[in-house]
Ligand binder design. Structure first.
Ligand code: UP5
Ligand code: MG
Length: 204
């Protein structure tokens, strides 16, 4: 009796946690594109940390607007307190339980801040890593910029900085999760449908 009550208690604590899949990869690797497909087929909530920061930046009178814009243009990373609060708020407001968190955590500061603030509220299922050559990613972002994305970082100067940050700060985070056996690495240089054919196997 006691054991089954304890087990039920433990289960309800687990069930109360948010389920999270982190989606990482270089600029233009296709994180957003694949997340949209996962949402359509499997019903997760997609939260792009970059999109949340851009929304916050666009709010009239935002306390952090200028700081966020400077980081985005320079390809550097916004302090975790800001990003993590935006993510947690969006998770709570969604009323849902299963999340794709796209483009986060990107550096050691993000990882530590997330673990402190969210570690015991979240069940990290795995990390989806879109691996794509720099030249392919660069071309995708430049094409998107030329097509009128309006993103202040879809230009060659910002892209160089975004890649430096990705290689120096984000790859060590991916390697950290790899060491925990949590990373699923995808070849993201193919077409969107070919990539999704691999991705969906993980969610099925
Ligand atoms: N495209 C997509 N897939 C394709 C495919 N398979 N074949 C051909 N084309 C493909 O795709 C990019 C473009 O490529 C699109 O035009 C798409 O149609 C095409 P997308 O799906 O948008 O790729 P994604 O990986 O999401 O690229 P994104 O540019 O969003 O990646 P970033 O990681 O650079 O951008 P993000 O918005 O996450 O971050 C921007 C900045 O915000 C960061 O540099 C940083 O300054 C800041 N930031 C933080 O500080 N902290 C955070 O936690 C997050 C962001
Ligand atoms: Mg994106």
């Amino acid at each position: 009796m006691l054991i089954s009550r304890l087990l039920r208690g433990a289960y309800s604590v687990m069930a109360d946690k948010f389920n999270v899949v982190f989606v990482l990869g270089g600029p233009g690797a296709g994180k957003g594109t694949q997340c949209a497909k996962i949402v359509e087929k499997f019903g997760f909530v997609h939260l792009s940390a970059g999109d949340l920061l851009r929304e916050e930046r666009a709010k009239p009178g935002s306390e952090y607007g200028e700081l966020i814009e400077n980081h985005i243009k320079n390809g550097t990373i916004v302090p975790v307190e800001i990003t993590c609060s935006l993510l947690e708020r969006a998770m709570k407001e969604s009323g849902k339980n299963d999340f794709l968190i796209d483009g986060f955590p990107r550096n050691q500061n993000n990882l530590e801040g997330w673990n402190n603030q969210m570690g015991n509220k979240v069940n990290l299922k795995f990390v989806l890593f879109f691996n794509c050559p720099l030249e392919v990613c660069t071309q995708r972002c430049l094409d998107r910029g030329a097509a009128g994305s309006g993103r202040s970082d879809d230009n060659i100067e910002s892209l160089k900085k975004r890649f430096d940050t990705y290689m120096n700060a984000t790859m060590p985070i991916i390697n950290h999760y790899e060491g925990q056996g949590l990373v699923h690495k995808m070849d993201a240089s193919q077409g969107p449908d070919e990539i999704f054919a691999e991705v969906e196997k993980l969610f099925s």
